[in-house]
Design a protein around this ligand. Sequence first.
Ligand code: GTR
Length: 409
Amino acid sequence: PFLAAGAQDFRQSNTDESKVPPYTLPDVLKIPDGKEVRTAAQWQHTQRPYVFRLFEENVYGKFPRGPVNMRSKVVSTDEHALNGTAIRKLVDIYFNNDTSAVIHLLMYLPRTHRPAPVFLGMNFFGNQCVSNDPVIPITEKYTINGPGVVNNHVTEASRGSQAERWQADTLLAHGFGLVTFFYGDVEEDYPEGWKQGFRAKLRTALKTAPEEWSAIGAWAWALSRVMDYLQTDPRVNAKQVCLNGHSRLGKTALWAGAADPRFAIVISNESGEGGAALARRWYGETMPIINDHFPHWFNNQYKQYNTHINDMPVDQHMLLALIAPRPLYVASAEDDQWSDPKGEFLSAWHAGVVYKLFGEKAIGSDQYPAVHQPVGDWVRYHVRAGKHDVTIYDWQQYIAFAERFFRKG
Ligand code: GTR
């Protein structure tokens, strides 16, 4: 029963390129009546909403659209943070008058008078992991295992443990701000995490039952609410928000970017299965494996395709296409075969047909590039040396990419 694309057993992982069977992807331009989308207007008005709904129904669940009661409170502002190089703001965002439904934002902004372009991304271990800055409160929520984590809770030793991954100083030196929050504020990352999270707390307000969406859905929705806040902050240029995410949070960034066109640029760092990587390509992590390990990440319908992957009406190139015509960056790492670098590249390549409708060049060639040779234009891709991580090399590419598009603005 587990025979899927090319009669392979997708319960197993494969890392032998010669064993990847042929597969056929759904055509992102095919309209349900059998015709093809030919213009950007057709895409925007008809096909895009249709493809988005397919992802809601089959992968990430409903993306609640209704208004929600939201209130932000500036907890503190320091105009001379990080040795005088940055403004630090701590902002709490409360929902529905429930003081336990709260997102704690950490913001570092350049010390300029102009509204700053920012990179926005969720972090894995609480805001204190992003910098050694002692003022940042430590999260009390459940975290996955990592540096400075004891029994799924962080200790003081976790301060700055992910500073390399965030590169706040580098961003500030280039005139960008950094806005981040812990994804566990929204939903702790385990199968029952929704019970203490926004999916339960806001179910009435959002008219959405917990099983109608997913953990990735909830995290992505929260990114949109942070965008709501950023639009009210005069120190931020909300038209220049570059949404980035790594791994499971890269999957989330893509879904949030697909759902909310206010994100000017979207970046997927090694998002892999359920993110940028093609599901029908039998390589690295597979759908049955991810559904087994992380059942809460996706909706129930997604699990139905474990044994019938070819029946799924979407594949992940269609998710990337939902970002069009905005600039999109997809990045992989050579030693991160679990994320299927080539499957991420091919997905970005196949999304190009939609960018073309807008007259924009995307990846340009279906030849898989060499390590440290970024390719593409409005859709860009690189594979770097090394393991599953976010490195200074990745950031250098993202900063240059954002500078190119924002400099004009
Ligand atoms: C892995 C998972 C990946 C990726 C990764 C991460 O265990 O299999 O899909 O999400 O976690 O988020 O670091």
